[in-house]
Design a protein around this ligand. Structure first.
Ligand code: GLC
Ligand code: GLC
Length: 818
């Protein structure tokens, strides 16, 4: 069952009924000011940091699930009927409801009793504000008298404190009203230099800033007394819960359309000129007034919306494909790329499953996310890499996370995840291959943000690599530390205390438990590092990384091969995890995918064997589960993984993040049918017809789909902020379609399904547009290339020396190719 459809030409997903199985959301903003908006206008906004600079309040895990947002109420001033065009919060049965989630904007509207209304929400480029452009049309045969009320509930900035510290917070709320603009200035009187403002383009009939006055006693958002009575209370908030609401009255002739704009903004004043007049307690509004004036102007709003659309056309235009598969095209050209940008902006901090108060930017996560966005925002990827590296510890290890506002690492979710440092090597390699910007390696970067500790970024990479060499276990495999990629495989935790964090508790010294996954990761990182060193002219250094990488490969083969698949780990007792010797959790996906990705066993058939085992034991129609058999009980020596009921999350859920590792592995072995088949199983667009089963948005990946052991097999959870986005984008574009940036140029090596007759692609790479036409000449994956009509040797197209801005690459695939 579907709840909407893809409008591919407009790059929108159109939701046609409001009661989606879960809120289906979108993101607003792509620089500093961000918002989350659901299909019924729920959500909130923040400036840069979802925890520390929260502009509007949102109550997670609400009933119904999604309540509180950017609401408009309309009222028929003759009949007294009132409703919300976004369905929530009044939930009237309106006609022609639709929500169009587009690139950085959402348009939500409906028609009620002949009044058509829709609101376009977006954050203009280079602005610290959001616009709600409301379009109201009278479709009745007679004149209509309509009132519009806007509504936001302000958050008292620190979202964690806002949700808990009521003894203080109920007394501190402050607002001002000036020229129809509502200013939210809680704590501005003391140490904050920032405030929020909420303006309207129309002439005001009234306003409200005190929640209690707007709603009336004992009422909810669905029945505000002010809207019911058609008259604002002109309330000023003193403590309790400051809100912002404007009231505008309109007379609409039959067929007449009116536009109204509401603007919610964030502003910081210089500390020494916070007040006007100086010495008063009144907010200095001089610096913010130009922005207010600009965005109250409808023409300027239209122009800024057009600029936003142009920005996304340009950004997504960097990589566009036309294949025989609509789901592939849709994800590559629009939604998967867009989701990669959301993970760039949010990491794992703010979604409808991440509360914005818990998680900062993850070291491991952000480095992997680079794979998906480096081609779209290379300059910002560069900055991100340097920020991440600056939180690295002198040992080469990493804080697991850092806060975007301070860019400082924190130990809130522990450290000593022994895989962390290697992702920096892979992230930097991806950046170098995309941009060819070798200068980044010479940037001086501190450790743990300590001035004076600077070393080149290249030096950081060496410490990343050394980190594992300094931490080898009894078999010569990498010690796992707190966990590796699988946060929940906690082999040194041994927690028996309820509520204790698996991420920060350690009861073992950590000298025994080893990870074959990190082994595979190390082999790959070693190869990448050697390639980088080689190109910097450090030949003998390069050789030493290759040697270390090869030695680890031998160790993995000797102690990490179980006969039919790769073992997952050794536990604190020295027993295998993920082996046929185990009663449960006999086979795990991660080492199969990653060891093959690292090139282990490609030649002698063990890679093929491992992937066959994946197919036999782990593949389901909804994707590949993390391990089998699921753990039926809690095992103290395995940790959080066994805390989840069977089939959910890391305990045999389909953890979509690691499925692309197998997809890539199949592609590396030349099996395009299998690779694309696995790709399709978790492709959200391909799952759209079963939206009632899948339940999350059909346009973005979710972190997890319930595995076959779960009673709700096929049900997705935790959409949007997941490494799944980057890895799938990387798998489909670089390995299946085979358009792969390398140091010397763009490699073109498709491994597509046999039945595909070909595809075309446009890829901008280092300033040159590559027009790529792939035609299948026969079965197999052989490749013969010609560039602008001339046959070339090999599979790597180097950037043209003659300054050409565009080249055409013809690819003859299969049959009698080279
Ligand atoms: C979550 C984490 C990621 C981790 C994965 C597996 O997605 O963000 O860092 O690798 O879970 O546990
Ligand atoms: C929890 C989640 C896991 C995630 C981790 C991050 O353990 O189950 O998926 O990676 O938190 O802190």
């Amino acid at each position: 069952m579907r709840y909407g459809y893809f409008d591919d030409n407009n790059r929108e997903y159109v939701i046609t009924r409001p009661d989606t199985p879960l809120p289906w959301i979108n993101y607003l903003g792509c620089q500093e000011y961000f918002g989350i908006v659901s299909n019924t206008a729920g959500g909130y906004s923040f400036f840069r940091d979802a925890r520390l600079r929260r502009l509007t309040r949102y109550r997670y895990n609400n009933v119904p699930f999604d309540l509180g947002g950017r609401y408009i109420y309309l009222r028929d001033d003759e009949s007294g009927a009132y409703w919300s065009p976004s369905w929530q919060p009044t939930r009237h049965d309106a006609e022609r409801y639709s929500c169009r989630h587009g690139m950085g904007y959402s348009v939500i509207g409906s028609t009620y009793q002949g009044i058509r209304a829709e609101t376009c929400y977006f954050v203009p480029l280079n602005a610290r504000l959001e616009v709600w452009r409301v379009t109201i049309t009278n479709e009745r045969l007679k004149r209509a008298a309509v009132s519009a009320f806007s509504l936001v509930e302000f958050c008292l900035w620190d979202a964690q404190d806002d949700a808990t510290n009521f003894q203080r917070n109920f007394s501190i709320g402050q607002v001002e009203l000036d020229d129809g603009v509502i200013y939210h200035k809680t704590e501005y009187r003391e140490r904050r230099d920032h405030f929020a403002w909420f303006a309207c383009s129309g002439e005001l009939a009234g306003f409200d800033t005190q929640r209690e006055a707007f709603l009336g006693p004992w009422r909810g958002w669905d029945k505000p007394v002010v809207v019911e009575q058609g008259r604002s209370a002109n309330s000023m908030a003193h403590g309790w819960a400051p809100i912002g609401s404007h009231h505008v009255r309109m007379l609409l002739e039959p067929g007449e359309t009116r536009q109204l704009v509401f603007v919610l903004g964030y502003h910081e004043n210089p500390t020494d000129s916070k007040f006007d007049p100086p010495g008063s307690q009144i907010v200095n509004k001089k610096l913010v007034k130009p922005a207010i004036a600009r965005y109250r102007d409808l023409e300027c709003v239209d122009a800024s919306f057009a600029a936003l659309r142009a920005y996304w056309d340009e950004t997504l235009g960097i990589c566009q494909v036309a294949t025989p598969d609509v789901h592939t095209d849709r994800m590559v050209n629009v939604w998967n790329a867009y989701q990669c940008m959301a993970t760039f902006n949010m990491s794992r901090s703010a979604s409808f499953y991440e509360s914005g108060i818990g998680r900062g930017l993850g070291f491991r996560d952000s480095n992997q996310d680079l794979l998906g966005f480096v081609h779209m925002v290379p300059a910002r990827a560069r900055e991100r890499i340097l920020d991440l590296a600056a939180t690295q510890l002198p040992s080469g290890g990493a804080y697991h996370q850092y806060q975007p506002l301070t860019k400082r690492g924190n130990n809130d979710v522990g450290s000593n995840f022994n895989d962390d440092p290697h992702w920096l090597i892979l992230g930097v390699a991806a950046y170098l291959k995309e941009t060819g910007d070798w200068s980044i390696l010479d940037e001086p970067v501190p450790y743990d943000n300590q001035p004076g500790s600077e070393e080149t970024l290249y030096g950081h990479l060496l410490r990343s690599f050394q980190y594992t060499l300094d931490r080898l276990g009894p078999h010569g495999l990498p010690l796992i530390g707190r966990a590796d990629w699988n946060d929940c495989l906690n082999l040194n935790c041994f927690s028996d205390t309820p509520g204790q964090s698996f991420q920060t508790t350690t009861n073992k010294e950590g000298k025994t438990a080893e990870s074959i996954f990190i082994g595979g990761l190390f082999v790959l990182a070693g190869k990448e590092l050697a390639a980088i060193a080689q190109r910097r002219g450090h030949t003998s250094e390069a050789a030493s990384y290759e040697v270390a990488s090869r030695a680890m490969e031998e160790t993995v083969r000797a102690h990490g091969w179980d006969g039919e698949w790769f073992v997952r780990a050794y536990d604190d007792f020295g027993n295998k995890v993920g082996s046929r010797e185990c009663a449960e959790g006999k086979i795990y996906i991660e080492p199969q995918g990653f060891c093959v990705l690292a090139g282990i066993g490609l030649e002698d058939g063990i890679a093929r064997k491992a992937l066959n085992s994946v197919r036999r034991h782990l593949a389901t129609p909804h994707g590949i589960v993390l391990q089998q058999p699921a753990y039926s009980q809690y095992y103290i020596h395995l940790g959080e993984i066994s805390s989840y009921p069977p089939g959910y999350k890391e305990n045999a859920g389909i953890f979509c993040h690691n499925n692309p590792w197998v997809i890539i592995a199949e592609a590396m072995l030349g099996n395009g049918d299998a690779a694309h088949d696995y790709y399709t199983r978790i492709n959200p667009s391909a799952r759209e017809p079963i939206s009632d089963v899948h339940r999350c948005e059909p346009y973005v990946y979710a972190q997890m789909i319930a595995g076959r052991d779960a009673p709700t097999h096929g049900e997705a959870k935790n959409s949007w902020l997941t490494g799944t986005a980057a890895w799938n984008f990387y798998a489909i574009t670089q390995w299946i379609l085979g358009i792969r940036p390398e140091y010397e140029g763009l490699r073109i090596e498709p491994v597509i399904p046999e039945r595909w007759t070909g595809f075309t692609a446009t890829r901008r790479f280092r300033g040159v547009t590559y027009k790529i036409r792939v035609e299948r000449a026969g079965p197999g994956n052989t490749v013969a290339l010609s560039v602008d009509g001339k046959t070339i040797e090999g599979r790597v197209v180097t950037p043209p020396a003659n300054g050409k801005a565009e080249i055409t690459v013809d690819v003859r695939l299969g049959g009698a190719g080279a």
